[in-house]
Design a protein around this ligand. Structure first.
Ligand code: HEM
Length: 453
């Protein structure tokens, strides 16, 4: 059986192309070699990319045996999320954590946060500038950060919220910075744990360690307070994690809870904000869709058309580029043999632009998810990945999107700041709008002619 075909460019040139134009890089791979092709990036195992929903399912099916997602993510997320994270664990330790984290993030559990999310969104939107261009992505990040702090961490104290508002974005930026991640792992570990380098305040490791320690002190103190006075009715994730017990009746340690809280921050804050930024970037350039969304009687939470708009936005502009698994056993993909030690990944923008499933894939057509072809469209829709490693926060992300879009539309009328569509730029493993979704806002006009909100 042949090995998958692929680019012959040296790995440094492949990565340069990938960074310069991620969507074109993968589209060119599919055009030249078909739905299964190989890429090579420096310092990584050879990676086989797949471009159809059926092949993606085969990659996800490796999750139970031979496919490891954690090891791939550890290289760039390890310093930030620690060793006990759902993102970076594999095998039995991953499964133990997944079972403990799933109940508080379940659809019914997160539905209880809907009003809280609406209040947070309304308070932030009230501060958006009117009549001048601004970047929507940063504004959305403020909302989604607040959601993580208030409903995931369950922090109520105003002083703590104020401190975390400054610290958490710095933690994520420093922990994911090239200066930190490019250091060889052993040198990095030494610089993060030895007293001598930790005294040098200008080192990237020291700057990261100081912010991390400040955040950790707040989180460990929250845990201690809640263990002292548990509230059985608390609905936040932190309180539920402290009360959770595994199959052996053991709780997560404070260290494990800390790592999972940072995991939820890292996985759930910028991703959801980017998805919201893209939704408006597309929506504002599709007047027919926007008009229907505003008119739909059920445009509020749970409305069918709103859900279709969200799905179509996540289809056309998926936030996460790919879902790699490192293989510990060989697999066959589309008639090609992929050896153990290689990685296999579903490339989400390719699956989402398969013209067999999504005719005229470049058009923004929410109706795809409402008509007779909706079942096929749903099967090929994988913005949250798949298999056992399916996004643990998908229900929360979708709830946030429904509520926040509704709050924005209720209060403001947005216009694109520039007519030209924004292209996708690579930011870590995500695709963000190159100009961060620049818009201009004016107050929404109610049907009676009076300004709303
Ligand atoms: C629109 C927003 C989001 C998108 C597009 C997204 C997408 C993804 C994707 C593609 C994966 C990898 C799945 C795979 O490898 O098959 C993932 C994993 C994950 N996501 Fe999300 N995500 C979003 C929001 C969230 C939120 C709000 C949270 C939690 C607060 C979250 C928590 C996680 C976690 C913990 C994982 C790792 C799951 C595991 O490996 O077991 N995500 N997400």
């Amino acid at each position: 059986m042949p090995a998958p075909p692929g680019f012959r460019l040296p790995p440094p040139l492949q990565v340069a192309w990938l960074v310069a134009d991620p969507v074109r890089f993968f589209a060119e791979g599919r055009r030249r070699y078909g739905p299964v092709f190989r890429i090579r990036l420096p310092g990584m195992p050879p990676e086989v990319c797949v471009a159809t929903a059926e092949l993606a399912e085969q990659v996800f099916a490796t999750d139970g045996h031979g496919g490891r997602a954690g090891v791939v993510r550890r290289a760039f997320l390890g310093p930030l999320v620690g060793e006990a994270s759902l993102l970076t664990l594999d095998d039995d330790p991953w499964w133990r954590h997944r079972r403990l984290l799933a109940p508080p993030l379940h659809g019914r559990a997160v539905a209880r946060w809907s009003e809280r999310v609406a209040d947070i969104a309304a308070a932030e939107i009230a501060h958006w500038p009117l009549g001048v261009p601004f970047a929507l992505r940063g504004r959305m990040e403020r909302i989604t950060l607040e959601v993580i702090m208030q409903v995931v961490f369950g922090i109520r104290d105003a002083g703590r919220l104020r401190r975390l508002r400054g610290l958490l974005p710095r933690l994520v930026a420093l922990g994911g910075s090239a200066a930190l991640l490019r250091l060889p792992p052993r040198l990095r570990r030494w610089a993060l744990t030895s007293p001598l380098p930790l005294r040098a305040g200008s080192l990237p490791t020291t700057r990261f360690a100081r912010v991390r320690d400040e955040v950790d002190a707040i989180l460990y103190d929250e845990m201690a307070r809640r263990r002292r006075a548990p509230d059985p009715d608390a609905t936040d994730v932190l309180s539920q994690l402290l009360a959770a017990r595994d199959e052996a009746g053991e709780p997560l340690t404070d260290r494990e809870v800390r790592d999972e809280l940072i995991t939820l921050l890292v996985a759930g804050h910028e991703t959801t904000a980017t998805a919201l930024a893209w939704t408006f970037e597309r929506l504002l350039r599709a007047p027919r869709v926007l008009a229907r969304l505003r008119e739909e009687p059920s445009a509020g939470e749970g409305g069918a058309y709103l859900d279709a708009v969200i799905k179509e936005s996540l289809r056309l502009r998926p936030v996460v580029l790919a879902t790699p698994r490192v293989l510990t056993e060989p697999v066959t993909l589309g008639g090609h043999r992929v050896p153990a030690g290689w990685a296999a990944a579903a490339v989400i923008p390719l699956v989402h632009s398969d013209p067999e499933v999504f005719p005229e894939p470049e058009r923004f057509l929410p109706e795809r998810f409402l008509g007779p072809d909706a079942a096929a469209a749903n099967r090929a829709w994988l913005p949250f990945g798949g298999g056992r490693r399916y996004c643990a926060g998908a229900q929360l992300a979708l709830l946030e999107m429904r509520v926040i879009i509704t709050e924005v539309l209720r209060r403001l009328e947005l216009r694109p700041a520039d007519a030209a569509p924004e292209r996708a730029r690579l930011k870590a493993v995500t695709l963000v709008p190159a100009r961060s979704a620049r818009v201009v806002a004016v107050p929404a006009v109610a049907p009676s002619g009076s300004a709303v909100g």
